[in-house]
Design a protein around this ligand. Structure first.
Ligand SMILES: [Zn+2]
Length: 379
C-alpha cells in the first residue's frame, strides 16, 4: 500500500511541476497575461493557475504589471516574467577568438563581445579566458547571484557521457576532460560542440514539431540535427559531422587525412583566402563581379549543392546555413538553391534551404541558451 501511495504522490508532484513549467513557458512566450487567460488557454482550473503564478511570484520569477482586460471581460492582474531574474553566459572558443554573450531567461542577447585571443594549449589560456569573462560581467553590471552558469561552445567532438573532448583537430586536442576546463570558472559549466550550439540558438524559438539540419560553414564544416526541441547527439556524439562526408571519390586531401571530404571543398577559408583572409571582402568582390571570385564561388557552390542535396535526401527537412559563410550569403542563397534543385529527384515547390537568423554570436548564444533551458525545465 505504502508503495502505491508513494508512487501516487510522485505522480502528483510530476504533474504539478509539468503544469508550473508549462505555465511559466506560456507567460514567457506571451509577454503579459492574466490568471484567467492562463486558465482559459492552457485548460487548467483558475485556482490552479492562480496557485502556480503565486508560487512563481514568491520565487521572484513573475511580477505584477497593472491590470489586463481578461477573457470574459473582467479586469485581472497583468502578470509578466521577470526576464532578468536569471542570467547565463555563453562562451564560444575558436582558434583565434573568444566570443561572450550574456543572455536572460527568454534568450535575449543582453551583451555580445568578440575578442581576439588565439588558443594556446595549457592552463594560462583558460585562466585568461576566465578573467576576460569576469571583466565582461563587471562591465555589464551583471549580478553574479543571478548567473546560472556558463555554456561553452567548443570546436570539437564532446562526449557528454565520458565528460571529455574526444577530438578537436583545429585546437590540437585529444581526450581532454571537461573538468580540467570548468575548474577555471567560478560557475557551473556546460559544454556543446560549436555546430550544435549554433543549431540550438536557431532552434530555441521554434515550435517543437520543427526539425531542421544546421550546416555550419566556418573554417571547418560541421552540422547538427535539431529535432523535438533537442539536438540529436548520436552514438559517439558525432551526429551531423558532415564535414567529413565524401563528396568526391579520392578527391582533395582533408585536414583529417582522408580524401574528398566536404571540408576540403567548403571550409570558409576557400573563399576568404581569395580576399586577404576577409570573408566579407570576398562577398564584396563577388558582388562586384570579380572574375576570380565568381570562379571560386561557382566551384564552392557546386560541391556545397552536392552536400545540401545529400543531406536533404537523407533527412527531408529544412537546412539552415550557418557559420561564417552561412551568415554572409543571404543574397546568394538562390544560386545555391538552384544548383541543389538541379540534383533533386523529386522537385520542390517550397525552398527548404534557409539562411541562419543569428549572423553573429550564434554559437555563444546557443551555449548560453542550453544553460537557460536546463533551468527553465526545472521550474
Ligand atoms: Zn575529412
Amino acid at each position: 500500500m505504502g508503495d502505491v501511495m508513494d508512487k501516487k504522490k510522485i505522480t502528483n508532484m510530476e504533474v504539478k511541476r509539468k503544469n508550473r513549467n508549462e505555465v511559466f513557458r506560456y507567460i514567457c512566450k506571451q509577454g503579459t497575461v492574466s490568471n484567467p487567460d492562463i486558465s482559459y488557454n492552457m485548460k487548467i482550473s483558475l485556482p490552479t493557475a492562480t496557485q502556480i503564478t503565486k508560487e512563481l511570484m514568491a520565487e521572484g520569477l513573475l511580477e505584477e504589471k497593472g491590470e489586463l482586460q481578461s477573457t470574459g471581460g473582467r479586469r485581472a492582474k497583468a502578470l509578466s516574467a521577470v526576464v532578468n531574474a536569471r542570467l547565463a553566459v555563453g562562451l564560444d572558443i575558436t582558434r583565434n577568438h573568444i566570443a561572450l554573450v550574456l543572455t536572460n531567461i527568454v534568450g535575449e542577447i543582453l551583451k555580445y563581445e568578440r575578442i581576439h585571443q588565439p588558443y594556446v594549449f595549457g592552463e594560462a589560456y583558460y585562466q585568461e579566458v576566465s578573467e576576460r569573462l569576469e571583466r565582461f560581467l563587471d562591465e555589464n553590471d551583471a549580478d553574479r547571484d543571478k548567473i546560472l552558469g556558463v555554456g561553452i561552445s567548443f570546436p570539437g567532438i564532446i562526449d557528454l557521457d565520458k565528460g571529455k573532448i574526444t577530438y578537436s583537430h583545429i585546437l590540437g586536442i585529444e581526450d581532454m576532460p571537461l573538468d580540467s576546463i570548468s575548474a577555471f570558472f567560478s560557475y557551473p559549466c556546460f559544454f556543446l560542440n560549436d555546430a550544435n550550439a549554433g543549431a540550438y540558438a536557431e532552434g530555441f524559438h521554434k515550435d517543437e514539431a520543427e526539425r531542421f539540419f544546421y550546416l555550419s560553414l566556418s573554417n571547418t564544416v560541421g552540422g547538427a540535427i535539431y529535432s523535438g526541441n533537442e539536438l540529436i547527439q548520436g552514438k559517439n556524439f558525432r551526429c551531423g559531422e558532415v564535414g567529413h562526408m565524401t563528396v568526391v571519390m579520392d578527391g582533395e586531401i582533408c585536414y583529417c587525412g582522408k580524401k574528398g571530404c566536404l571540408d576540403a571543398y567548403c571550409a570558409a577559408w576557400h573563399l576568404s583566402d581569395a580576399a586577404d583572409g576577409k570573408l566579407e571582402q570576398f562577398f564584396c568582390l563577388l558582388d562586384q563581379g570579380d572574375a576570380e571570385a565568381v570562379k571560386i564561388w561557382d566551384s564552392y557552390t557546386d560541391y556545397l549543392a552536392i552536400a545540401v542535396n545529400n543531406i536533404y535526401m537523407l533527412l527531408d527537412c529544412d537546412i539552415v546555413l550557418g557559420g561564417y559563410v552561412g551568415s554572409c550569403m543571404d543574397t546568394h542563397l538562390q544560386e545555391l538553391r538552384d544548383k541543389a534543385a538541379g540534383r533533386n529527384t523529386f522537385g520542390e515547390k517550397e525552398p527548404y534551404l534557409k539562411a541562419c537568423n543569428y549572423k553573429v554570436a550564434a554559437a555563444a548564444l546557443g551555449a548560453a541558451l542550453k544553460v537557460i533551458e536546463m533551468f527553465v525545465s526545472q521550474i
